[in-house]
Design a protein around this ligand. Structure first.
Ligand code: R5P
Length: 281
């Protein structure tokens, strides 16, 4: 077995290879003069693990090209962050189910797939191959332990992330709640923990994705006005689009951390061990 990764996932692919005690394949990535992407892989194996987070259109195309380059091998696909997964249904007529379109496209040429905290597990059923999701909730809990916070309150930004937050909180037997939104007027909402009080507490907001940071920065401001001692944010997928990291810092968040499903300067925990486990090694 050998590992091969797209440019967006070269560090994580190498970490998984290290966990498995196997080699990572050297790949040449370039572009044709017209901008089209080109890949050329070094020595392949008859069993390949192809690792590629879909962070933009180019990374999706690189993944498709690597899958095709591995034709003839038994291929396990690893999609640590699956962009397009949030458009998992037709919200209005005329829209695609983008998650299904992408899942089907990358299934061709692969024998099975592993995802990490996919936005909704129903997306796994869109693949044309067996697809399994692994969770980093416990790894986020392990990281929070290292932060040395005094009796932190773990908060999900909404009801949908409550189960994820509970798994994080179980690691340290910490209190856990989710934020509840109350509409004050047409353009004003207030957010507060549904059941617990944030006053004088260190709060860690946990979520699968931080994208624009809009949800968490609004929550952080409100938690500060409710007397929270300090607010931290931890997620699996640090998308951080449109200046989200700076937006969160400007909103007063003390520490913002994510995993290496998207390789960032603030990636503090790795998905490598969980993925290696799912590969059965
Ligand atoms: C939504 O369902 C997700 O779990 C995240 O809460 C969302 O993607 C975060 O988006 P943003 O950072 O743009 O508020």
């Amino acid at each position: 077995m050998k590992l091969i990764g797209t440019e967006a996932s070269q560090i994580l692919a190498s970490r998984i290879a290290d966990e498995l005690g196997t080699a990572v394949v050297d790949v040449k990535f370039s572009r044709f003069p017209d901008g089209e992407l080109y890949v050329c892989a070094g020595g392949l194996d008859d069993e390949m693990v192809i690792v590629g987070s879909i962070v933009d259109s180019d990374s999706l195309v690189q993944l498709l090209l690597l899958i095709d380059a591995c034709e003839g091998s038994h291929n396990i696909l690893v999609v640590p962050y699956m962009g397009y997964a949030r458009q998992d249904k037709r919200f209005k007529a005329g829209e695609p189910i983008s998650a299904r379109a992408v899942a089907l496209a990358i299934s061709r040429g692969a024998d099975a797939c592993i995802t990490v905290n996919i936005h909704d597990r129903k997306v796994n059923s869109y693949f044309g191959i067996s697809a399994t999701d692994v969770s980093l909730a416990a790894d986020i809990g392990a990281h929070i332990k290292t932060m040395d916070l005094d009796d932190p309150l773990i908060l999900a930004p909404d009801d949908g992330a409550a189960a994820f937050a509970e798994t994080v909180a179980a690691v340290g037997n910490w209190d856990c709640d989710h934020l509840d939104k109350t509409r004050i007027s047409g353009d004003e909402v207030s957010m507060a923990p549904k059941n617990l009080c944030a006053a004088n507490r260190s709060v860690v907001i946990v979520d699968d994705i931080i994208s624009t940071g809009g949800t968490i920065s609004t929550a952080a401001g409100m938690l500060a006005s409710q007397g929270a001692r300090d607010v931290h944010a931890a997620c699996v997928h640090g998308v951080f689009t449109t200046g989200a990291y700076a937006r969160l810092k400007a909103a007063g968040i003390k520490e913002i951390v994510c995993s290496d499903t998207i390789e960032r300067g603030c990636s503090q925990y790795s998905a490598a061990l969980r993925i290696a486990g799912a590969l059965g090694r």
